[in-house]
Design a binder for this molecule. Structure first.
Ligand code: UDP
Length: 333
């Protein structure tokens, strides 16, 4: 029987794509999800366990029944605006929940842990390319909660021997090219799905959050990475952890996942117009609280150590895959 991997948040956008990649790589993904933001229809690969990370007894029971060889931890609250307004929700929902999960992982004797962190842990570093060595100065409770979980993994590694790979994501975009799974948030806050909604009339217009930033065209710059490339990195990271000799017992290794190329909001809009061949209704709006001006990755390390190549992470391909999913594959809820 194939090895199982416990995937928290396997019903969410990135988690569901990771389950597909894990299944392709010969693992059985076991989704653990409370469905507060995930979709039952997104759990298409492996097994499904409905449960909350704050429920330690259920976590212990799921570990005992499935006996996973590793954990991939995607489940999280991830909206910057919400985190600014309700920080307690983020400290409890991300940090307390992850503490429970990490303690359950250690108690179950599972040694390998892959964690989805974020470039939001960096905060605003004027014009700097962000890599694994850049100081983390988060601007909001979302970034702060993810940084706290990174620290937690280091402490538990030292105490228990748990080994972890931490991936700091830049802006994840696109969808499964087969449209079996895709991006669908409710409410939607991410740029590319909102542009596609505006294009096909699901919302009146895209609002550009801030046009007076110190960038070439006044809009924020982000580094977009294709979700399929991102989840490939997770499978590579898992293989690297499981090889055993690469990372000592108790070790933690951080990898940034981006392409090193930054695109402004207006550039993303222009690419979307070209890919879909449709106009993008839009309006200028004020800055969104908590947004950094520019987040661009130096992700050379993931290539060097893991052999990761983000070949699909071009804006035309990410937008084309997202558009295909948008037109054919929405979950019904
Ligand atoms: N953005 C925007 N209008 C929107 C949503 C996003 O102008 O309706 C901008 C946002 O300010 C940021 C970029 O698009 O500069 C990417 O935002 P997103 O929410 O997709 O990801 P984030 O960078 O916040 O993780």
């Amino acid at each position: 029987m194939a090895d199982k991997v416990l995937v928290t948040g396997g019903a969410g956008y990135i988690g569901s794509h990771a389950c597909k990649a894990l299944a392709r790589a010969g693992f059985i993904p076991v989704t653990y999800d409370n469905f507060c933001t995930g979709w039952r229809e997104a759990v298409k690969f492996g097994c499904c366990e409905e449960g909350d990370l704050l429920d330690r007894a259920q976590l212990d029971e799921v570990f005992a029944r499935h006996n996973p060889v590793a954990v991939m931890h995607f489940a999280a609250l991830s909206q910057v605006g919400e985190a600014m307004a309700a920080p307690g929700k983020y400290w409890r929902g991300n940090v307390c929940a992850s503490l429970n999960l990490i303690e359950a992982t250690v108690a179950a004797g599972v040694r390998d842990f892959v964690f989805s962190s974020t470039c939001a842990t960096y905060g605003d570093h004027d014009g700097v390319v962000l890599d694994e060595t850049t100081p983390q100065l988060p601007l909001n409770a979302y970034g702060a909660s993810k940084r706290a979980i990174e620290d937690m993994l280091r402490d538990f590694g030292a105490a228990s021997g748990l080994r972890s790979v931490i991936f700091r994501y830049f802006n994840v975009a696109g969808a499964d090219p087969d449209s079996e799974v895709g991006e669908f948030h409710q409410p939607e806050t991410h740029l590319i799905p909102l542009i596609l909604d505006a294009i096909d009339g699901k919302r009146p217009a895209l609002t550009i959050h801030g046009t007076d930033y110190p960038t070439q065209d006044g809009t924020c710059i982000r580094d977009y990475v294709h979700v399929m490339d991102l989840v490939d990195a997770h499978v590579l990271g898992l293989g690297w952890l499981r090889k055993g000799e690469a990372l000592p017992r108790g070790g933690t290794e951080v990898f940034c996942l981006g392409t090193g190329n930054g695109f402004s909001v207006r550039e993303v809009v222009n690419h979307s117009r070209h890919v879909t061949n449709r106009p993008v209704p839009m309006q200028d709006g004020p800055r969104r609280a908590g947004d950094a001006v520019k987040l661009v990755s130096g992700s050379e390390k993931a290539g060097r150590v893991l052999g990761w190549r983000p070949d699909r992470s071009t804006l035309p391909l990410m937008i084309a895959d997202a558009w295909r999913w948008h037109q054919t594959g929405h979950y019904s809820g």
